[in-house]
Each structure stands twice: as C-alpha cells, then as structure tokens.
Design a protein around this ligand. Structure first.
Ligand code: HEM
Length: 502
C-alpha cells in the first residue's frame, strides 16, 4: 500500500521527536550527578578501595549499599557496575549502539600481541567484520555441524576417565575441551599427552589471563609509560611483553597456516571452521579476519567452557541428591543422550541453569565502554565510562531467586513461573558471547555423559571438598579432588562399549 502524506508527516514527526529527546537527554545529563558509590579520594579516586581477592563480595557489598548502579573512579577512569538485570539490559541491549565499545587495552593489544582479538577490538567496521564471521559459524543452526565432533570427544572423555582413574578429572576435561576446539576450528587431531599445538595455545591463553587482569600493569593507568625505553630499570614489563608477543603471534598464525597451506597445496585436510571460511571468503584481505576468528575460538572458548564443567563437577560432589535426580532422568532414556533429548530432560536442564547461576564463571563481566555521554535513572554516565554487569549480585538477587540464593537448587527453575535463567553470564547486547550456543551444547553433552557414566563422589581419602573459587578475570573453582566411580548396570556397559568401539 503506498504511503500517504499523513504517513510521511507522522514518520518525520516521530524522527524529530526522537532526535529532540536524545538532545534533551544529553543536555540535561550534563548537570546531573554521577551515580552513587564509595567516596573518592583526591586524584586516585577509588584505587585504594579496589578489591583484589574474591572481588565479587566487595562488589556485592557496594550493590547492597548504593543500589542498582554504582560509580567508581579508578585514576581518571569512570567505572560503573550494573547490579540488576534490568539496568544491564537497558544500557547494553536497548541502548547498545552507545554501549558496545571496548577499552583501549594498551598492554594486551599494543604490547602483548592481542591486537587481532575480536573480543578486545574497538567498536567499528573491523570488529563488525569479525563478528559477522563468528555469527556465520556459531549461530544456533550452524552449531549443528559440530555435534558429531562433540559426541566423539565426549566419548573420548569417558574413556580417558575410566582408563586413568585420576583424583582430579579436570585434567581430562580441560584436555578434551581443548582437543574438541582444535578439531572444530582447525581439523587438527591432538596427541593424548604433550601435544605441541595444545602447549602453544594454552601458553597464549595463560598470557591473556595474566595480562587481562585489570590493573595488572601500570601502563594501563599511566599510558605515557608506553614510551619508556626497554633498557630502562623498571621497564622489565616491556621486555617480557616482547617475548609474550612472539608466542601470541605464533598461536594465531601457526594452526591457521597449517590449514591454509594444506588447502592451497592440494593436500588432504578436514573440513573445519577455518577451511569453511577460507573457502567462502578466498580474497586475501579476508584471510586475516579468518585467522583472527580461528584464534579467538580457542582463546575465548576453551578455558571458559572447561570452567563451567569444573563448576558442574563441584556442584555434583556437593549436592548428591541433585546429581541422583538428574541421573534418574537420564537412566530413563536407557542410552547416552543426544541434543534432541533435551526436551525430555527438564531436571537436567534446570541443573545446568543452576550451574551457571550458582557461581558465575565471570562474576563481573568484562567492560562495555560508552561512546557518548548519557543519562540513566537521573544520573550522568560520562563518555568513555567502562560499564560492567555484576553477575554475582544479579544471580544472588533474593527478589528474583528467593531467599535460598546461596543453595544449589535446580528445582527453583522447575516451578510454573521460573525465575530468569543465568544466561547473562554470556554477556549482553552486541558484544554478547558469539560462542554461547556452541558452549551450551558442549556443556550439555559432556555433563550428561559424565552423569550417565559415573557417580561423582567426594575423594576416597575423605578429605573435605569446599566451594572455593579463584579470583581474577575468570573464577573457576580452586582445584579439588573427587572420585568418578563407574556406575553399575547398563551405564557401565555403555562406557565399556564406548571403549571398545573407538
Ligand atoms: C561457557 C563458556 C563461555 C562463557 C561463559 C563465555 C562468556 C563470554 C562473555 C561474558 C563475553 C563478553 C560479553 C560482553 O562483553 O557482554 C564473551 C565474549 C566472547 N566470547 Fe565467549 N564465553 C564462552 C564460550 C565461548 C566460546 C566457545 C567461544 C568461541 C566460539 C566464545 C567466543 C567469544 C568471543 C569471540 C567474544 C567477544 C565478543 C565481542 O567482543 O564481540 N566464547 N564470552
């Protein structure tokens, strides 16, 4: 139907109104106060208040003291913590065009060699190009392509556990997630022990976790230090960064070149994320983005996914009745589950939601930086503020989850009107984790296979298992011992068959 003159007038009036509202919001915001927060000291602001260990407890305390939105000032940097889902959703999702930038990570990008990483790239066309490639390979339907590999590796995990009977199965879980990611991304099979690919990749990921910790390097707060010559006393960080950069660059280049060279020289290669993207985007100017996407899958996807499985394992040791309920549901299937079975497994689904909520693997999400001055709930948000969703406080909100927020209780998600799930752990808006559907499938398959195959028990030596978590950029459990005891009956037969067939 053609547009009438009235439609045009209404359309123009709506646009004019929206622009006027935006201008007014900005004008008004200049005179507004900053959000509340702990008192600031001269020049240093809140630097002395910033927590080191178990930082999430301090952030939660501030949330209780100052409310949904807390302002901190670290040197000259404005930081805002968003303590409720509603606040994070409003800014990161509804106003995502203003809240999708990242901070200038001087140490990470300019010195340690991570400038290729889409996760730390500034908001703009280059980031968008990478993001489109990630979306193409990891949207929910595209993830179906990886299910065979996931199933194969989940079986391999059971075999490894049965064979070695270790006290800390995380060593196998971490290895298997790494092997799966190398398989999906590069079509590379890794060795059972001492694999050089995994050694290189894990080395780079370790460097990332050391450098990404906010405040770990002074040059982040005092950018002029970047000009200090390497030979000067106190500039050891620069020499160290040069070594790190060599490792990080090799990590991004070597597996990518392995696939590209096999393709161009006519050798056989396995279909994988990198080969598909190179085939679909053969132009030389695209291959750098393909290389970067390959590297970020390992860097962003391996430790995170393994950490969720680590939290799952801990929750199972500490909550035997939840474990038994999930096992009973799986046993009723009479075989190892597939992703299609998920609709038949409501308890297991609730249990995995509770794993994400009980201890968020990133208690405080990495920052979204605002690109314009803004107003929110009567407060001013300066341009360049680094905003973080406070997952820990969100997932412990008694108004949402009830009084027993500290308990691990999957049943909270099984009532007719369940509370919101904890998917906020994958972030919000345009920067939300593009690998979340892949991670979700891996966690479901690995966790359900372990539940079918084993009783997950406290360690045989009777030493206590406590819920203690590491501080830092990520927060996996502190290492703990447990026993994975093969279950009797058909489940054990399944494991033995798995062992026999591969
Ligand atoms: C359970 C495992 C995972 C968790 C908890 C997780 C969590 C996150 C979070 C919190 C962010 C930042 C979101 C934000 O800024 O709002 C993120 C970003 C990202 N994740 Fe994941 N992630 C996981 C697995 C993966 C996997 C398997 C991949 C690989 C396909 C991946 C790739 C990325 C990338 C590339 C980004 C950067 C996005 C951007 O800045 O545009 N992640 N992830």
């Amino acid at each position: 139907m053609p547009l009438t003159a009235l439609d045009h007038v209404v359309g123009l009036a709506t646009v004019a109104f929206a622009i006027a509202a935006l201008i007014l919001r900005r004008r008004a915001s200049n005179s507004l106060p900053l959000p509340p927060g702990p008192p600031k000291r001269f020049i240093v602001g809140n630097i002395p208040d910033m927590p080191t260990g178990q930082a999430w407890l301090t952030y939660e305390k501030w949330a209780k003291e100052y409310g949904d939105i807390v302002h901190l000032q670290v040197g000259r940097q404005d930081i805002i913590l968003l303590n409720t889902y509603e606040a994070a959703f409003e800014l990161f999702e509804r106003r995502s065009s203003q809240y999708s930038d990242r901070a200038d990570h001087i140490m990470l990008n300019d010195f340690a060699g991570f400038s290729w990483s889409p996760s730390t790239m500034r908001y703009g066309p280059e980031w968008r190009r990478h993001r489109a490639l990630l979306h193409r390979m990891f949207h929910p339907t595209a993830c179906a392509a990886y299910v065979d590999a996931e199933t194969r590796h989940a079986r391999a995990l059971l075999r490894r556990i049965v064979r070695t009977n270790v006290e800390d199965p995380m060593v196998h879980i971490r290895h298997t997630v790494g092997a799966l990611v190398m398989d999906i991304t590069y079509g590379i099979d890794v060795a059972e022990i001492n694999d050089p690919w995994l050694a290189l990749c894990d080395n780079a990921v370790e460097i990332f976790s050391r450098v990404a910790v906010p405040g770990a390097f002074l040059v982040g707060a005092l950018p002029f230090l970047r000009y200090v010559p390497e030979w000067m006393p106190g500039a050891g960080w620069k020499r160290q960064a040069r070594e790190w950069k060599t490792v990080v660059t090799r990590f991004a280049d070597a597996p990518f070149e392995h696939v590209r060279d096999a393709m161009t020289s006519g050798q056989t290669y396995r279909n994988c994320v990198v080969s598909s993207l190179l085939a679909d985007f053969p132009a030389p100017e695209d291959s750098l983005a393909v290389r970067n996407v390959g590297a970020i899958i390992y860097a962003a996807g391996t430790d995170t996914t393994a950490a969720i499985l680590h939290i799952f394992l801990l929750a199972m040791v500490l909550n035997p009745s939840a474990q038994r309920s999930a096992q009973a549901e799986l046993d009723a299937l009479g075989r190892l589950p597939t992703l299609e079975d998920r609709t038949k497994l409501p308890y297991l689904n609730a249990l995995l939601k509770e794993v994400l909520r009980w201890h968020p693997v990133q208690p405080l999400n990495g920052g979204h930086v605002s690109t314009e001055e803004d107003e929110f709930r009567g407060y001013r948000i300066p341009k360049g503020t680094s905003l973080h969703s406070n997952n820990w406080a969100m997932f412990r909100d008694e108004r949402v989850y009830g009084e027993d927020v500290l308990a691990f209780r999957p049943e909270r998600f099984l009532v007719p009107k369940p509370p919101r799930d904890a998917n906020a752990v994958f972030g919000f808006g345009r920067r939300a984790c593009p690998g979340r559907f892949l991670a979700d499938n891996i966690v479901f398959l690995f966790a359900s296979y372990m539940l079918v195959g084993f009783d997950i028990l406290p360690p045989k030596d009777g030493s206590p298992v406590e819920a203690r978590f590491r501080s830092g950029f990520f927060s996996p459990p502190e290492p703990f011992k447990c026993e994975l005891k093969p279950r009797s009956g058909p489940a054990v037969q399944t494991i033995l068959q798995v062992g026999a067939e591969e």
